[in-house]
Structures are given as C-alpha cells and as structure tokens.
Design a binder for this molecule. Structure first.
Ligand code: MEV
Length: 308
C-alpha cells in the first residue's frame, strides 16, 4: 500500500501566542517520521492492536481521513515524542498523507487542513503552525493577515491563520533536548487561563506577536545578532507565561557563550531549546555538559512526501 514521511519543526518565534491568533515563524527540520499503511485483519499500529488512548493522533487521523477496511500503520520516527520538535504533527501529517494517497491523491493543503483538525481534537486547542509546517516544509510564517508568499488560510472559531511560504537562509541551530516529555495540551490550557485573567500576560502575548514580525525581517537579512536578541526576548516572555522549566533554563544558560541567542521551542514545560550559533560543536558540548542531549539539525527541509 502507501508510505509517506513528514518533517518535524522548530518554532523560531511565536509559540503559544499563535494559539491566540498572533503570528509565528516555524522551520521544518531534517528529523522525519514515516507512516506506512498495509492491509490488516484489525486496526493496528506497528503490529499491536490500536488503542485510542495510546495512539491518540493516529486514531484521530483514521477518523479524519480513512473510512476504508482495517489497516496496520508502521511508523518510523527520528523525533522524540513530547520534545517540542513536532513529533505529533509529523506523525499526523505522514498518516493523513498516506491515507489520502491510498484513496487517490496527496494534496499538501488538504493534508495540512485535515492534520490541523486532528491536532486540535487531540490537544483540545491548537494552532495550525506545526501541522502546516510539517506539510509544507521549508519555513512557514503564520499571520492573522494575508501577506506575500500566501499558501492557505485556516479558521477555527474567531481565530484565522494565514499560512505563508518563508525562504530559509543557511543558519546553524543546535537543539538541546531536556529529555523531559511535556504534553502540549495542558500547557496550552495553562497559558489560556493566564491570558484570560491577566492583562500583563495578554501584553506579553502581544509583544511575542511583534517579535515574530521583527524576526521575519531579521531572517530576510540573515541578521544573526538581531535574531539572537529576539530569541532571548521571546524566551523571557515564554518564561513569564509560565511554560519554562529549570532544565530548559540550564541549557539556555549553558549555550550563551557559544550562541547569538537561545530560547525554548514548542510548548515548553520540558521538551527542547534551540540556539543559533557559528560554533555548533562547542555549543553541543556545552549543552551536553549541562545535562541536555544536543541535536544538530538542518532547517528549511522538504515537507510531506510519498516514499517508495
Ligand atoms: C507547539 O509546538 C506550539 C504551540 O504554540 C501550540 C500550537 O501552536 O498549537 C504551543
């Protein structure tokens, strides 16, 4: 039958604020997940009977895009789950793509739309940032307004996100994975509660939105100093919103000497941080010495694709 793969992502600027309809900038990374569909006597994942609770994303993807006979889905992942690097988006996108391909044709926008519905259902509340970045690849600017490079628009309730293609220059990032698994749904719910009750937190979300747009300009100029300063500011605002973690703080601190800037990436509460650098080996050693797992990643990689 069919096999598709999709990349993980790093959010350079704008996580959490984007759930409120603010802009965000995400880059596809060269860590991928593949999903292969085969006929089976029962619905199963990697040869084990499918359980809605354990296979929440795959089971929701089946509800969203299948409707055919029982299948087994074999997944192969380079992305630690709960690491903030888009594993749930990549597994969802690769599964939805394999199902649509099996039924006829793989159309990237349709994959992105359906995958967002799956993430939103499983997490309780989500933005389409991770799923659209995994589907499109390269770089994706999410914005409440339609701008140059427009790809597609996704709406949910009173929120509208316009997705845009963003070219990604050659930049060196090192990821520092804390090893702490953090589920996105509860962190998103925590920030929602805070923003609804605190005008200060609402102001922090607004400022993150501005940082994203300043970041897009800095990325266009490949202005690493400015990008680093904006990463540091974005990180401080995410801490203020309550999604930091002491293990992330140690890795961010340790990377200061060898980077332009550093921040947590994704939902926070553990997961990973990223740092922009010209000295990836020294930075990786500093992250390891501080107790993290360094991962060298390429950014701006290909989106969802069919595999042989
Ligand atoms: C998670 O990778 C990013 C968040 O902004 C959630 C979302 O956008 O759905 C925290």
């Amino acid at each position: 039958m069919t096999k598709c793969s999709a990349p993980g992502k790093m959010i350079l600027f704008g996580e959490h604020a984007v759930v409120f309809g603010k802009p965000a900038l995400a880059l596809a990374i060269d860590l991928r997940i593949s999903a292969e569909m085969t006929r089976s006597a029962q619905y199963s994942v990697n040869g084990h009977a499918m359980k809605k609770k354990h296979h929440a994303y795959i089971s929701a993807a089946l509800d969203q895009a299948w409707g055919g006979p029982p299948i087994n889905i074999d997944t192969d992942s380079m992305i630690p789950s709960g690491s903030g690097l888009g594993s749930s988006a990549a597994v969802t996108v690769s599964c939805i793509a394999a199902m649509l391909l099996q039924k006829g044709k793989l159309e990237v926008e349709e994959v992105a739309r359906r995958s967002f519905e799956v993430e939103n259902k499983v997490q309780g509340r989500a933005s389409p940032t991770d799923t659209s970045t995994s589907a499109h690849g390269q770089g994706v600017l999410v914005s409440p307004e339609k701008l140059d490079g427009f790809l597609w628009r996704i709406e949910k309730g009173d929120r509208t996100w316009h997705m845009h293609h963003c070219s990604v220059p050659t930049l060196r990032f090192v990821v520092g994975y804390t090893g702490i698994h953090a589920a996105t749904g509860p962190l998103v719910a925590k920030v929602k509660k805070l923003v609804e009750s605190s005008p200060e937190a609402k102001g922090q979300v607004d400022r993150i939105g501005e940082i994203v747009l300043e970041g897009v300009e800095a990325l266009r100029r490949t202005d690493k100093k400015k990008l680093g300063a904006l990463m540091n500011e974005n990180h401080a605002l995410l801490n203020a919103l309550g999604v930091g973690h002491p293990a992330l703080e140690s890795l961010v601190e340790a990377s200061k000497e060898f980077s332009y800037g550093a921040k947590l990436t994704g939902a926070g509460g553990g997961g990973s941080m990223i740092a922009l650098t010209d000295e990836p080996k020294k930075l990786a050693a500093a992250i390891r010495a501080a107790g993290g797992e360094p991962i060298m990643v390429e950014v701006g990689c290909e989106g969802v694709r069919a595999e042989q």
